[in-house]
Design a protein around this ligand. Structure first.
Ligand code: CXF
Ligand code: ZN
Length: 365
């Protein structure tokens, strides 16, 4: 069938909108009419080829929409269902079977190789293959081929236009707190970088009963929003040494830290801002091969550092939980969102990464 898609043709280039042909779903696949798709920093990371998804490619991995058609073996969604699309996982390996889908060993090939595992792609432009299957969806398009595994069915009454970012950025931040760190009520936490991932972590920390929530960033508008969403302290990293300020505020450091920036020096100060036995989560995706250093003796005194992918989420469980928290007023993630028409996609990029005026851009198809 015909669809309209945003294609990255060259490293660092703009999105080019064009007509494409999309295949009908295979046995385990789901054709989704995309209503909206959030823009995540990882789309731009791949545009810049920090991760080697081959180009030209249709990116987009925070899609939401309505099931149009299903393959013969699909049983959990049907045409007309509202779905949020999340990351792709195999579903059959030990990690997936234990509920650790975000740590599926096939995560990279399934989400970043631009192809199904058999090497095929469901998208063509003028008869030429275009790389797709990005996070099992490539949802910067009016239609997407997803797999049953990465479709999360939501209620018919759900505000589907808003929900796509739950499939990646929002669950990445919220899950780092609610699934991975699991702070006890009364804990302290410092969040380095308050873009969409950091602010999602912050809202989750507030909902968890953290009593000291310290937001660190260089963007003053985002810091003000952090304060409105529950930060007890904000640190302007343009003018203040965050690590020193956190130690001064807390006496000995925070219980938990999260680095969303993927900048080695920032990750280092996140770890160094925790007290003995404090725990830091690294959630940002750096360019492949990026290294960072730590003080070994600082680590020796019980500090912990862990990587957290996609908020350690089982999407079919966690996304409905986040929707329920949103409905209860405990997780107002709509405050982060700015809507754009699909053909304004390059403006959305500029507003997100150049001016920083948009925190979570959502494209309406
Ligand atoms: C990514 C970060 C890099 C590893 C896979 C998950 N997060 C989503 O954008
Ligand atoms: Zn993402």
């Amino acid at each position: 069938m015909q669809a309209y898609a945003a294609i990255i043709e060259n490293q660092g280039g703009q999105f080019v909108l064009d007509n494409v042909d999309i295949e009908e779903p295979r046995d385990d696949e789901v054709l989704v009419k995309i209503v909206a798709a959030g823009m995540c920093h990882t789309d731009l990371t791949v545009r810049d080829q920090y991760y080697p998804t081959p180009l030209p490619a249709v990116l987009g991995h925070e899609g939401s929409g309505i099931v149009e058609n299903i393959g013969r073996s699909v049983t959990t969604v049907k045409p007309g269902d509202k779905v949020v699309l999340s990351f792709s996982y195999c579903g059959t390996c030990p990690s997936c079977m234990k509920g650790h889908q975000a740590y599926c060993p096939s995560l990279f090939p399934l989400n970043f190789m631009g192809r199904r595992l058999d090497g095929s792609t469901p998208i063509r432009r003028n008869g030429e293959e275009v790389n797709a299957c990005f996070f099992g969806q490539s949802s910067f398009a009016t239609y997407s081929i997803a797999t049953e595994n990465n479709c999360v069915k939501v209620a018919d009454s759900a505000p589907i236009e808003l929900l796509g970012p739950l499939g990646c950025g929002i669950q990445t931040g919220a899950g780092a707190v609610l699934n991975a760190l699991q702070p006890a009520p009364g804990s302290s936490i410092a969040i380095f970088g308050v873009g969409s991932v950091g602010l999602s972590a912050l809202m989750a920390a507030k909902a968890s009963g953290c009593l000291r929530i310290i937001a660190v960033d260089r963007n003053l508008t985002r810091l003000e929003l952090a304060r409105e969403l529950g930060a007890t302290d904000i640190i302007d990293a343009n003018t203040t040494n965050a690590q020193e300020a956190i130690i001064a505020l807390t006496g000995s450091g925070v219980d938990y830290a999260i680095d969303t920036t993927a900048i080695p020096q920032v990750l280092r100060s996140a770890v160094d801002s925790t007290h003995t036995m404090g725990e830091t989560a690294v959630v940002g995706g750096a360019k492949l091969g990026t290294e960072f250093s730590l003080d070994m003796n600082n680590m020796l005194f019980g500090r912990k550092l862990r990587g957290v992918v996609e908020g350690s989420s089982t999407p079919q469980v966690f996304i409905p939980e986040l929707i329920a928290m949103h409905e209860a007023g405990l997780f107002p993630f709509e405050r982060l969102c700015t809507f754009y028409d699909f053909d304004q996609i390059n403006q959305a990029v500029e507003d997100t990464e150049v001016s920083g005026n948009a925190i979570k851009a959502i494209l309406k198809m």
